[in-house]
Design a protein around this ligand. Structure first.
Ligand SMILES: *[C@@H]1O[C@H](CO)[C@@H](O)[C@H](O)[C@H]1NC(C)=O
Ligand SMILES: *[C@@H]1O[C@H](CO)[C@@H](O)[C@H](O)[C@H]1NC(C)=O
Ligand SMILES: *[C@@H]1O[C@H](CO)[C@@H](O)[C@H](O)[C@H]1NC(C)=O
Ligand SMILES: *[C@@H]1O[C@H](CO)[C@@H](O)[C@H](O)[C@H]1NC(C)=O
Ligand SMILES: *[C@@H]1O[C@H](CO)[C@@H](O)[C@H](O)[C@H]1NC(C)=O
Ligand SMILES: *[C@@H]1O[C@H](CO)[C@@H](O)[C@H](O)[C@H]1NC(C)=O
Ligand SMILES: *[C@@H]1O[C@H](CO)[C@@H](O)[C@H](O)[C@H]1NC(C)=O
Length: 622
């Protein structure tokens, strides 16, 4: 199709962006736990005995090392799961293949596989010749829409013409191929280091993120091309290459905050992808965690693959991260801290422009976790996203909150949730808080798991009981290249992006008022150091006016690019629809947090109060 025809066809599929219908009313949701293999508390060879599993098809440990649930097979009856089998006997015992990190399907329909198990291993016992040079990264398992392939970390597993869930899909028919991202000019070497790969609904294209050496991250989009006999680049084994790669940066595109003379301008049309999160149900939009639109508030955005039009999907002050769209393209489910009040002390005051975020964004993305403990729960939101006082519906709200109940706050959501192909069910998984995020000096005692076998992880199925099965939306035809992105062929370097110069600026509110902003750069290491703002009757939203001052200084440690050390002073007042304050205590608030460890450590206080409700920071180490 010529480009213009494709463009028009694409546009005709798009609902009008500005006409968001009135929000849906909450609907009934029923949540059950899905079965997993039997659990043992020992990893010793042979600990998975015939007494524990009489069919000798594997055992898992109480504590998860490598566990992730993914999405459904096309029949909606199975869910893909990455699991670590433990306690297998030594070879040549036939049960020895149920060992180590493997990818399995679990039953989601209450039935069993022909052998009587509620699971089936896809990767166990695959002949070595069919699985050469597997990539050790096996996260974010995902079933291709065709049902015959799976993304398993940085590998593609396939069963030829046999659906993965069928009994025709046997180990001997299974192949597992590593994914290679050539980045050197001649294609040599082990390639780029992608992370968090997400397969497009067309099963051909891929999105991913990749860290930079200095604490940054970029997002990419490319096409999978099978390379049966590579002559360059590692591994030299049958593999999938990522080709026609674009980096999701718009050449000369707008940045979220730009200077023009002595004025700052906010650009809501900027495509500012921090981490790629996947695709819409039709695949017409790429989902990402983006540059904040409001201070300390981390949200997900969608950008159209052809037009580059950006939609802000969430605006709740709390933190959202994993997200999955329904295949009918009308809903998404996000893993979000909303309801936990984890982030309200820093983000609860609405409509503060994202100025201090120039130095605080990494810290604000880190305080959401306490080490491995997350505070996520699954939230169902319609495709138009948060708006007005609509902030979606918690999927697992029903329950009495008791230990092990579906809304037990000690069971926290993990990545990724998924919709069934008929859009009527959601699967997600959770982990129970474990030491050191509880117990010891932590005021939270460690709960005893009452999941089967004392497991500290569980897979949950939510039925949207009032919904009828829906047809998936037609899959969007991805053009050869993303028109607004930057080609990133082997040998390319990351394009230089706009950086806001240090200086003194005025940012005029969209409604009224001004924010006098002073920005300095780090004299030793470069990058921005201090952002100080004085708000004068500032308003970006009718009914919300802000006065007061806020100043944050970031101290960099070049050897630890993920470490934020912040010296923070806030004295903000908001009036109108709400009466709110955001204030630091005497001596300010000094926060140290590493984005890869997520342990909260602060001196002093930062407190947000909204209509008399006081939101305080977490205690150190909690
Ligand atoms: C798989 O193939 C091997 C030879 O490659 C053969 O020995 C084995 O019997 C086959 N297994 C099954 C279950 O067909
Ligand atoms: C900067 O502001 C001037 C004067 O308002 C305007 O003419 C110009 O287009 C602006 N430049 C940019 C890049 O926005
Ligand atoms: C429930 O969990 C808490 C820890 O959050 C623990 O103190 C308590 O003993 C548990 N109650 C039961 C009945 O297991
Ligand atoms: C910004 O203003 C402060 C005083 O408010 C002044 O000390 C500083 O030099 C100014 N910075 C620039 C880059 O003009
Ligand atoms: C502050 O904004 C309000 C509108 O919300 C306006 O009525 C008032 O005059 C402004 N005050 C000043 C000092 O600009
Ligand atoms: C902000 O200050 C202006 C006067 O400059 C005043 O009219 C307004 O009520 C104040 N608003 C808040 C939220 O303090
Ligand atoms: C935060 O650090 C600054 C600079 O070291 C110090 O002056 C201030 O007292 C500290 N505040 C608190 C609450 O510890």
């Amino acid at each position: 199709m010529p480009f213009s025809a494709l463009f028009l066809a694409a546009l005709s599929l798009l609902p009008p962006i500005h006409a968001s219908p009135s929000p849906p009313v909450p609907e009934p949701i029923q949540v059950v736990e899905l079965p997993l293999p039997p659990v043992i508390s020992s990893r010793a060879e042979g600990a998975c005995t015939a007494t524990i599993n009489r069919r000798r098809t594997g055992c898992i440990h109480q504590v998860f090392d490598e566990f992730q649930a993914g999405d459904f097979t096309p029949d909606g009856n199975h869910v893909i799961v990455n699991i670590e089998f433990v306690g297998a006997p030594a070879a040549p015992d036939p049960a020895s293949i149920y060992s180590g990190e493997q990818v399995i399907l679990i039953k989601a329909d209450g039935k069993t596989f022909p052998n009587g198990d509620t699971w089936k291993c896809l990767s166990c016992g695959v002949p070595a010749s069919n699985a050469q040079s597997l990539d050790p990264e096996r996260d974010y398992p995902h079933v291709a829409r065709n049902g015959k392939q799976a993304l398993w970390g940085h590998n593609i597993l396939d069963c030829g013409e046999a659906p993965l869930a069928s009994s025709q899909c046997t180990p001997n028919k299974t192949h597992i191929y590593p994914i290679h991202w050539p980045i050197s000019v001649d294609g040599s070497g082990s390639g780029g280091i992608p992370r968090e790969m997400r397969l497009h609904p067309d099963d051909i294209h891929m999105g991913w993120s990749s860290f930079t050496a200095n604490g940054g991250q970029h997002t990419y989009f490319g096409r999978l091309q099978f390379n049966p006999n590579p002559t360059t680049g590692l591994p030299l084994a049958p593999r999938y290459d990522l080709v026609d790669v674009d980096i999701l940066i718009q050449p000369n595109g707008a940045s979220p905050i730009m200077a023009n003379g002595t004025e700052l301008h906010l650009h809501d049309n900027a495509i500012a992808a921090g981490e790629l999160r996947g695709f819409s149900g039709a695949g017409d939009e790429i989902l990402y965690i983006g540059s904040p639109r409001e201070a300390n508030n981390i949200d997900v955005f969608a950008v159209h693959i052809i037009t580059g039009a950006v939609r802000r999907l969430t605006s709740h002050p709390e933190y959202i991260d994993p997200i999955a769209f329904s295949h009918d393209n009308n809903w998404f489910v996000g893993m979000d801290t909303r309801g936990s009040n984890r982030q309200m002390w820093m983000a609860g005051m609405r409509y503060i422009p994202p100025l201090i975020d120039l130095v605080t964004v990494t810290a604000a993305s880190s305080t959401r976790n306490n080490g491995v403990r997350r505070f996520f729960q699954p939230i169902l939101i319609d495709r138009y996203g948060d708006r007005g006082d609509y902030f979606g519906q918690r999927v697992n709200a029903a329950g009495d909150g008791s230990n092990g109940s579906i809304n037990d706050p000690n069971w926290n959501g993990r990545a990724d949730p998924a919709f069934s192909p008929d859009s009527s069910r959601i699967v997600y998984w959770q982990a129970l808080v474990v030491s050191p995020a509880c117990g010891g000096t932590n005021p939270l005692p460690c709960p005893v798991s009452n999941a089967p076998g004392g497991r500290t992880y569980r897979v949950m199925l939510a039925r949207l009981t009032k919904r009828r099965p829906q047809q998936p939306a037609p899959i969007f035809k991805v053009p050869g290249r993303i028109p607004w992105a930057t080609p990133f062929p082997p040998g390319a370097s990351i394009p230089t992006q706009y950086s806001l110069p240090a200086g003194n600026y005025s940012l005029y509110g969209k409604v009224h008022g001004v924010a006098h902003t002073s920005i300095t750069s780090d004299p030793t290491y470069g990058g921005l150091q201090t952002v100080s703002v004085e708000y004068e009757n500032y308003s970006d939203e009718n009914g919300y006016s802000i006065n007061g001052t806020e100043s944050v200084t970031l101290t960099r440690t070049p050897s630890q690019p993920w470490l934020s050390k912040l010296e923070w002073y806030s004295d903000l007042y908001e009036t109108g629809v709400v009466t709110a304050t955001k204030k630091t205590g005497p001596g300010g608030f000094n926060l140290t947090i590493d984005a890869q460890a997520n342990i909260f450590e602060a001196d002093g206080t930062l407190t947000t109060t909204i209509d008399g409700i006081v939101y305080k920071q977490p205690a150190n180490g909690t």
